[in-house]
Ligand binder design. Structure first.
Ligand SMILES: *[C@@H]1O[C@H](CO)[C@@H](O)[C@H](O)[C@H]1NC(C)=O
Length: 249
């Protein structure tokens, strides 16, 4: 529709260094957010996006599998997993490279308290499709650079082999394996849903699937400073659909 199209024209896609600067500024003295707060808001919006986009598709008897990387993007996935349990989903987490910091240890503890089980290994394709209704990819985020190390190389390979009709993937902020600015340069998987956090990154410009924006907390002065013209979030919702094309799912 025309209104959506006009809104999209104004949407700004952020580069890698600008995204890093944005988070540093948010956590600095001027804006005063803590990393825990940003992670909680990001994870909550991921969970809300999954509920809005997939509803009962990923519900019992199907489960949700969240794959969490070692950094902040993985932390967002841990928070999202906990909220999804409160939304009525059954969630398993694969978190193979754990970060030795209190923030992350507490997120794991909180997940365990709501009954989330942590897998030891990436399930094989047949087990993935029979057991799960959705995979959340929170492996790498906007600061990713360089080569993908084990075990994430083989995990991404398995995800790339999946048929999105039988098991959709929802990526948090950046589809893992993609270049943050150039997009899918190495022909890895394309998620069915991309949930951009705070503002979309350059790789999302070429993304054709369902695209949500989450992270509804940036003050107007901050939006002005970064010349961000973000769409309006409806009501009290934590996410807004910013897809370029109507979802085909
Ligand atoms: C793509 O593959 C090349 C060659 O293996 C590698 O150097 C590069 O880091 C990869 N890009 C991404 C985004 O993973």
């Amino acid at each position: 529709n025309k209104e959506t199209h006009n809104r999209m024209n104004a949407l700004k896609y952020m580069g890698q260094s600008e995204s890093i600067r944005m988070d540093q500024l948010l956590m600095g003295q001027q804006y005063g957010f803590s990393v825990d707060q940003l992670m909680e808001l990001a994870g909550l919006s991921v969970a809300a996006s999954v509920q809005k986009c997939y509803g009962s598709l990923a519900r019992s008897p199907k489960r949700v599998l969240a794959i969490c990387g070692p950094g902040n993007n993985g932390g967002d996935g841990l928070v999202a997993s906990r909220h999804l349990v409160h939304f009525g989903y059954a969630v398993d987490v694969l978190y193979p490279k754990r970060t030795d910091k209190d923030l992350y240890k507490n997120l794991v503890l909180q997940c365990q308290h709501v009954g989330i089980s942590f897998l030891d290994n990436m399930p094989a394709e047949s087990e993935l499709t029979s057991r799960y209704g959705l995979v959340i990819d929170s492996i790498f985020g906007y600061s990713f650079k360089g080569d993908i190390r084990a075990p994430f190389d083989s995990i991404i390979k398995t995800l790339t082999g999946l048929n999105s009709q039988s098991l959709p993937i929802a990526s948090v902020d950046i589809p893992s394996g993609w270049d943050v600015e150039q997009g899918n340069v190495n022909n890895t998987f394309t998620p069915s849903l991309l949930i951009s956090l705070a503002a979309p990154k350059k790789c999302a410009e070429s993304f054709k699937g369902t695209h949500y924006l989450g992270g509804r907390f940036l003050p107007q002065s901050f939006l002005d400073e970064f010349q961000l013209n973000l769409p309006q979030y409806p009501g009290a919702e934590q996410c807004v659909d910013i897809s370029l094309q109507p979802s085909s799912s």
